[in-house]
Design a protein around this ligand. Structure first.
Ligand code: AMP
Ligand code: MN
Ligand code: MN
Ligand code: MN
Length: 301
């Protein structure tokens, strides 16, 4: 540990017993509404929660209200799609002002690109023998601008082409496969500036999942840090024990706080349920200590 742990005195507080700062609702590509997620988090013993839908804040109000009604501490959240070295990377924003107009309008534009990509995906899938995928996928979403590869995958399972969502990704929806459409999302710089302008903390999501070589991965961490990014997800849905060790060590090398989030999407599809993750390694400085220091949590010590 290079620096003393700020907020350390508060870390034994019950609010921090089981923190889950990454999941999805029907507002993006999850299958449950924010109210059901709040209940699920609460009954799993989650004490501090954030809903982090892809590129949208439309579930925030409902999530916050439902959490409040259950006595569950809540932080605003979002997961922003960016492009970095030709790979799609995700940046989670936490504890920002969810009414910030600049952030909202930038996310609106990002979702417009999502909708255009969905149309192209549908055309590609039609050529690969899967007709009507746009309307099929839309049956799983509230709004064409939220359409995700996950909605297409559910439709392709529904019509009996492939047996499960994970196999659809392998067969159709990953780079080089017939339904994959390369897309340029926001830049790292943009995502961080939107989050910071809205008063939030930026977290590099699930670094173990990207197809980056070691030089590119170092550059991602360096650029993220240089642009004011403050935390990295160390414990998350599909990180192996090796990933947890590696990114705990990188967090300390780069002076980043650590986050913990299940990335829960659906009872049928997710790697791990809300609140069921292992704890952060003891060497990590939890991002909730930072959020508490900033006064975002309103905790009285
Ligand atoms: P999109 O943002 O529309 O490109 O979709 C990305 C989403 O698809 C991720 O957030 C996951 O929810 C889901 N996803 C990506 N890869 C896989 C995979 N191999 N298996 C299942 N779901 C995946
Ligand atoms: Mn997703
Ligand atoms: Mn993600
Ligand atoms: Mn996610």
């Amino acid at each position: 540990m290079n620096a003393p742990n700020p907020g350390q005195g508060h870390l034994a507080h019950p609010l921090f017993a089981n923190v889950d700062l990454h999941c999805h609702s029907l507002a993006s590509d999850g299958t449950l509404d924010p109210e059901s997620l709040a209940e699920r988090a609460h009954s799993a013993g989650v004490s501090l929660w954030a809903l982090t839908d892809h590129d949208t804040l439309s579930g925030q109000d409902a999530a916050r209200k439902a959490a409040f009604a259950l006595g569950l501490a809540y932080l605003s959240g979002v997961e922003i799609s960016i492009s970095f070295c030709d790979e799609t990377v995700h940046i989670v924003g936490l504890g920002f002002d969810e009414h910030n107009l600049d952030l909202r309008s930038k996310l609106d534009l990002l979702r417009l690109g999502r909708q255009q990509r969905a149309q192209e995906m549908s055309e590609q899938l039609a050529k690969a023998g899967i007709p009507d995928a746009y309307s099929g996928a839309l049956a799983y979403a509230n709004d064409p601008a939220q359409l995700s590869r996950a909605h297409f995958a559910r439709y392709i399972v529904q019509i009996g082409k492939v047996r499960d969502v994970r196999s659809v990704f392998q067969k159709y929806l990953t780079p080089g496969k017939p339904g994959y459409v390369p897309h340029v999302w926001a830049s790292l710089d943009e995502a961080l500036s939107w989050i910071h302008t809205a008063g939030g903390v930026a977290v590099l999501a699930h670094p173990g999942r990207y197809r980056l070589n070691s030089g590119q991965e170092r550059k991602l961490f360096e650029d993220f840090k240089a642009l004011g990014g403050q935390a990295v997800e160390v414990v998350t849905g599909n990180h192996s024990r090796e990933h947890v060790q590696k990114y705990a060590s990188w967090a300390s090398d780069y002076g980043l706080y650590a986050s913990r989030g299940s990335d829960f999407h659906s009872p049928d599809e997710s790697y791990i349920d809300l609140g069921k993750l292992p704890p952060l390694p003891a060497s990590c400085r939890p991002v909730w200590a930072l959020l508490e220091e900033r006064g975002t949590l309103g905790l009285i010590s």
